[in-house]
Design a protein around this ligand. Structure first.
Ligand code: BGC
Length: 731
């Protein structure tokens, strides 16, 4: 008994002293640990080195243990105290050094998360913090996404990391998904285009991009165990096209496997996903790392499936296990060599890459980065209802009421792995106050903790701005530890009762009002949307969000965001969603494809968003097929028939009414954001590749193009009334 007690005491002492030790010393030197190969140790110049043959040479010099060392992040004993120490005492995310080998002069690689900004160790842990992914997707501006990810990548490099755990391109199957805010919406085309822009920008700065989470990770709470069933067409046509596009066109260095199971096998050891589809079908040449902690459960299966690196710690991929698998002949040394070679070949390219700029600390929070954070917020807010309320009048000794606790808190979204801390956050209230600073207008704030006080404000103001929605506590990565539970999936899509009551009550007393929603995905507004004249989705809008909000409300910026998901009239029309289930089937239809196919009414369709301008689409012309590049040219005019200069997101859909197989009514196949000054006409054109008409034939295991007539639709949203159409025929 005494012996047992002593053991506990000793274990406790070791753990606490190592936490203190690692907090004090580890990561202190992160600025001096180079992620680049030391040129002087190699006999050639950077441009003379063929990193592929160098990798083979290095591999041939490695012992089995050294090879295994390339297959995990760090050893648990070093890593766990470092992690806890950094987290508990410095409130930051530790640098984990993977794959370092001093004997063979191989530098390590270091991950940074980053869907809305890098995660840093310095500058008091602050970086440029952008609106969340879902917000940026609502901008429908891939050039902007490219610029945003350039900033994220530069700040990652300045922070001495070179592996970006972003973009998140999991499909939004149901808006209750806790991590919806990190991704780019419900549509595979939109996801693919945004993911591609992000990957290209990251790679430009010699950061290894790691899109995530491969695959079918669209439920948070049960992500560690849930088994997703999916048929082959659904997999290929709905859940994977965006991964395929990003892999084939963006050529990211890496990919992160998801925690969940697909068809009875964990993604980290899923041969079908990691080898057959990823490498054999798509030609991926980089390396796959697991999602962090419990990404794999069976070393043999994972090795056979083609999983290169276990993160962040050595658990399944440990020396004893791998050695005994080799000894028993269950795996071959060549299996290990293959995995290590994928990793080395990829990594060394980055270790020997030439940087055209110096990635130093001064880059972090550069004024141009902060400016971009504001622009991203301006471009992404979506006006979904406006009965002649906005833009608000600016002058006239106005009394302006701002109501709601969320108006006055720094609210940039998730506090899990997509957390990125800003040095400051301009809240809605601050943004609005600042906007009126040099005017005679008066801003009155009420936090709505007492509904009667809030009503008094509503009664006595000329303009009313009600800010409602969520925080990291309601949605985000699910962190479920004793006494601390945040994030997770949303079981109800309704706002909190207080928020609903606030809107309902205040709207009785003041009709000159806008409801500003802060959150990461769709909500159920049925209890109150008819009672209010205008609604703006402002999302988690990043460090400059409050400024952008004020400019939109007062018309300095004309709203141009469009929803990257659809909201049906009847919320129960969304696909089945249960955050606590162990098994689920993902069907072929979801989002607008589901609602259109089964005739479900939508309140706010995919691609919908209002502007202060009015646009008119006309003169749609579809060319003959150009044989040389297999494309159709689709051109049309958009006229801005209003007095406001504005921006429009033109969308291209292809309709499949005549298909002989079961297909969606239509699918997004292109989009462009264009500035159109008042009263001007802009000609817009898309190229439609014939391969983008194809469907996956599961029996023949290949993509096929039907010889039928296809409908070509262009317009301002996916709603029929917003589209003009023509046809192309392959009959
Ligand atoms: C998340 C990943 C993230 C990783 C490292 C995991 O829990 O699912 O998205 O990249 O942690 O922070």
């Amino acid at each position: 008994m005494i012996y047992k007690f002593l053991k506990i005491i000793i274990a406790f002492l070791i753990l606490s002293s190592s936490i203190i030790f690692f907090t004090l010393y580890v990561n202190k030197d992160y600025k001096t640990i180079s992620l680049k190969a030391n040129q002087s140790l190699f006999k050639k110049r950077i441009w003379e080195i063929n990193t592929d043959s160098l990798s083979e040479e290095i591999l041939s010099q490695m012992s089995l243990e050294e090879k295994i060392d390339q297959m995990y992040g760090e050893k648990m004993i070093e890593s766990i105290p470092k992690f806890l120490g950094n987290y508990l005492f410095k409130n930051r995310f530790a640098h984990i050094y993977a794959g370092k080998n001093d004997r063979l002069n191989i530098p390590p690689w270091v991950l940074s998360d980053g869907p809305r900004g890098a995660r840093v160790l310095d500058k008091k842990n602050a970086v440029t913090t952008f609106p969340v992914g879902m917000a940026r997707a609502s901008s429908w501006d891939v050039d902007l996404e490219y610029k945003v990810h350039e900033v994220i990548a530069k700040e990652m490099r300045a922070n001495k990391t070179n592996y970006a755990a972003t973009p998140c391109i999991n499909l939004l199957r149901h808006p209750g998904w806790g991590r919806a805010q990190e991704t780019y919406g419900e549509d595979p085309w939109l996801l693919g285009e945004f993911g591609l822009a992000a990957v290209k920008a990251i790679e430009k700065h010699n950061v290894m991009a790691c899109p995530k989470h491969f695959a079918l990770n669209s439920i948070e709470n049960s992500r560690w165990k849930i088994d997703v069933s999916v048929d082959e067409r659904t997999l290929r046509e709905v859940y994977l096209p965006h991964f395929k596009k990003v892999i084939q066109k963006g050529k990211p260095a890496s990919l992160m496997s998801a925690y969940n199971q697909v068809r009875g096998e964990y993604c980290g050891s899923n041969y079908e996903l990691l080898t057959k589809i990823l490498r054999e079908d798509w030609g991926f040449e980089g390396f796959v790392s697991t999602d962090w902690i419990w990404g794999i459960y069976d070393a043999k299966k994972a090795i056979k499936a083609g999983l290169n690196v276990e993160m962040p710690w050595q658990d399944e991929y440990n020396y004893n296990k791998i050695k005994s698998l080799i000894k028993s002949g269950e795996i071959l040394i060549s299996d290990i060599d293959k995995l290590v070679l994928n990793t080395l070949k990829t990594r060394l390219k980055y270790a020997f890459s030439y940087d055209s700029i110096d990635y130093n600390d001064n880059l972090i929070l550069d004024s141009s980065h902060i400016n971009l954070a504001r622009i991203a917020a301006e471009e992404s807010m979506v006006l979904i209802k406006n009965d002649k309320i906005l833009p608000f009048k600016k002058n006239g000794n106005l009394k302006i009421g701002v109501v709601g606790k969320l108006a006055n808190i720094k609210n940039t979204g998730d506090r899990g792995s997509s957390d990125s801390r800003a040095p400051y956050v301009i809240t809605p209230l601050e943004g609005i106050k600042d906007y009126h600073r040099n005017t005679k207008n008066k801003v009155i704030y009420n936090d709505a903790s007492n509904i009667n006080d809030a009503i008094e404000v509503a009664k006595n103001v000329d303009q009313l701005i009600i800010v409602v929605g969520y925080t990291y506590k309601n949605e985000g990565e699910f962190i479920d530890s004793p006494g601390y539970q945040i994030g997770g999936d949303r079981i109800s899509l309704k706002l909190e009762e207080n928020d609903e009551k606030l809107i309902q009550e205040l709207s009785k007393f003041n009709k000159n009002l806008v409801v500003v929603y802060v959150g990461g995905s769709a909500i159920d507004m049925n209890n109150w949307q008819d009672k209010v004249p205008s609604i703006l989705f402002s999302w988690y809008s990043g460090m400059e969000g409050g400024k952008a909000l004020a400019k939109i409300l007062y018309g300095d910026i004309n709203p141009s965001g469009k929803l990257p998901f659809s909201i049906p009239k009847n919320i129960s029309d969304y696909p089945y969603f249960n955050p606590f289930t162990d098994t689920i089937t993902y069907g072929y239809y979801h989002g607008y494809t589901l609602f259109e196919k089964f005739g479900k009414e939508m309140s706010y369709p995919f691609g919908f968003g209002l502007s202060y301008s009015k646009f008119h689409y006309k003169n749609l012309i579809v060319s003959e097929l150009n044989i040389s590049d297999s494309t159709y040219q689709i051109s049309f005019d958009i006229e801005n028939i209003s007095n406001y200069n504005g921006k429009e997101v033109a969308q291209l859909y292809v309709g499949f009414n005549e298909s002989k197989v079961d297909r969606p009514v239509k699918l997004l196949r292109g989009f462009k954001k264009i500035s159109i000054p008042s009263k001007e006409i802009k000609n817009v054109s898309f190229k439609l590749n014939i391969n983008d008409l194809s469907w996956y034939n599961p029996e023949k295991k290949k993509w096929e193009i039907e010889k039928i007539k296809y409908k070509i639709l262009v317009g301002s949203s996916s709603r029929n009334n917003d589209l003009i159409h023509s046809y192309i025929s392959l009959e």
